[in-house]
Design a protein around this ligand. Structure first.
Ligand code: LLP
Length: 422
């Protein structure tokens, strides 16, 4: 459920017509609904009510400071994957005790930053990383709370680029070696074995992979207890899918699938939802520049591009496209919706049935809140779009549109004329 709805044929973001925002801000533009964000957070929290669960928002999905503040105010913690993300969420007021740090390639600097900030725990992905954290912690005279990320070797049935829980992926420690790793970790200085973590992939709409993952990690927690290692936290990652085109997932079913195998363990649960909190809370609005007809196709050329939203070409992702102003009933037409970037992969939809559109019209690309703006680039020297948050009948610019100065910031012009020594 979200708060982007039509009233008399006009698309509204909560109480404001989208066209009104565009009039002031221009296109392309990202628009988020605060009410939807709060609602999604509460629904997930409710699904886990009565259990000892900490929700660490996977901020890689959408990391604007105002959004982080909104979640932090609701009591969320954060799942981070870089020092940049750590700085961002601390700046937004995050409680370090609710931050977990994931990722296969943490640098010494990142480990230091995390230990200095005294975050809840670092999710470790390899043996050398374990040694590195121990070494850095010793140098800083601190104890590092760690959790080993296990790769449960299962197929979550999602796009290969966002599937992480199978044994040939770069993520996690093989199931068969986890006990050994913990035994080894126990002997390393300045490490506190705080938990166990896993994350099997993203945009998962079937609950059975979560049950299987839960069952496998529960087994490990029991084995470790037998070895005398009692873990406090079990971090089950994120991954719950949203309805881009598919049926909506049921958070309550997700929670019981996840928790079912873990009920008797008496550990504190951490989850790292990203997409499910923010995906349907954001849209990207773009203006039609031209309608181009060739012998074989109709192209709707818009002013947004793959640099603004890369999901369609990168994951063959489906994003619904809606007119911002409906123009009554007319027969649908088939078109490719494409951007101005010089790549054939620069499209938002292919062979899509759309109401007839004309140059100048506005289109809303739906479900663009997660992995939308955060994956934007300056390719083709295109400034990144602004980000707007709507809250009721007010809207706020929470990131301005970039300008030419932003595009060349940090660059310098050196003279590279061929000299006598060439
Ligand atoms: N925890 C870890 C360790 C992760 O790697 C991820 C996502 C999450 C949590 C959050 O997963 P979510 O609840 O959002 O599914 N750019 C891709 C998605 C990449 C997901 C990466 N990891 C996309 O646009 O579909």
């Amino acid at each position: 459920m979200n708060y982007f709805d039509y009233r008399d044929g006009r698309l509204f973001a909560e109480e404001i017509p989208v066209s009104e925002i565009v009039q002031r801000i221009g296109t392309p533009v990202y628009i988020y609904s605060a009410r939807t964000l709060r609602r999604h957070f509460r629904i997930i929290r409710q699904a886990f009510e009565g259990t000892d669960t900490l929700i660490c928002y996977a901020m890689k999905a959408l990391s604007n400071l105002s959004i982080l503040k909104l979640f932090s105010d609701l009591g969320a913690g954060f799942d981070i994957v870089s020092a940049g993300e750590l700085m961002r969420c601390l700046k937004a007021g995050a409680d370090p005790e609710k931050i977990v740090f994931s990722g296969v390639g943490k640098t010494d600097h990142e480990i230091e930053t995390a230990l200095t900030a005294d975050i809840l725990m670092i999710n470790v992905e390899s043996r050398p990383e374990l040694y590195r954290i121990s070494e850095v912690a010793r140098r800083l005279r601190r104890d590092a709370r760690v959790s080993l990320r296990v790769n449960p070797d299962l197929d979550p049935g999602t796009h290969p680029h966002i599937s992480t829980g199978h044994r040939d992926s770069k993520f996690g420690i093989p199931l068969s070696q986890v006990r050994e790793y913990y035994a080894e970790a126990r002997s390393l200085p300045n490490l506190v074995l705080a938990g166990l973590s896993t994350h099997i992939g993203s945009q998962i709409t079937d609950t059975s992979p979560f049950v299987e993952a839960g069952r496998k990690v529960a087994g490990i927690v029991r084995d470790l207890r037998a070895d005398g290692i009692a873990l406090k936290y079990l971090d089950l990652g994120g991954g719950l899918g949203i309805p881009y085109q598919e049926e909506p997932s049921d958070p309550a079913k997700y929670a019981s699938a996840l928790l079912g195998p873990l009920r008797e363990l008496g550990v504190k649960i951490i989850i790292e939802p990203g997409r499910v909190l923010v995906g349907n809370a954001g849209i990207m609005v773009t203006r039609v520049l031209y309608v181009k007809e060739t012998d074989v196709k109709r192209f709707v050329v818009v002013d947004g591009a793959m640099n603004d939203l890369i999901r369609p070409v990168l994951y063959e992702a489906y994003h619904e496209i809606r007119p911002v102003e409906e123009r009554g009933h007319s027969a649908l037409e088939t078109a490719d919706v494409v951007g101005p970037v010089c790549e054939s992969g620069d499209f938002f939809a292919r062979e899509r049935q759309l109401p007839p559109v004309e140059a100048g019209e506005l289109l809303a690309i739906m479900s663009a809140g997660a992995y939308g703006f955060v994956m934007a680039s300056n390719y083709n020297s295109r400034p990144r779009a602004p980000e707007i948050v709507v809250d009721g009948s007010r809207f706020h610019v929470v990131r301005e549109r970039e300008n030419f100065d932003d595009l060349v910031r940090g660059e310098s012009i050196v003279s590279l004329r061929e000299g006598p020594d060439a």
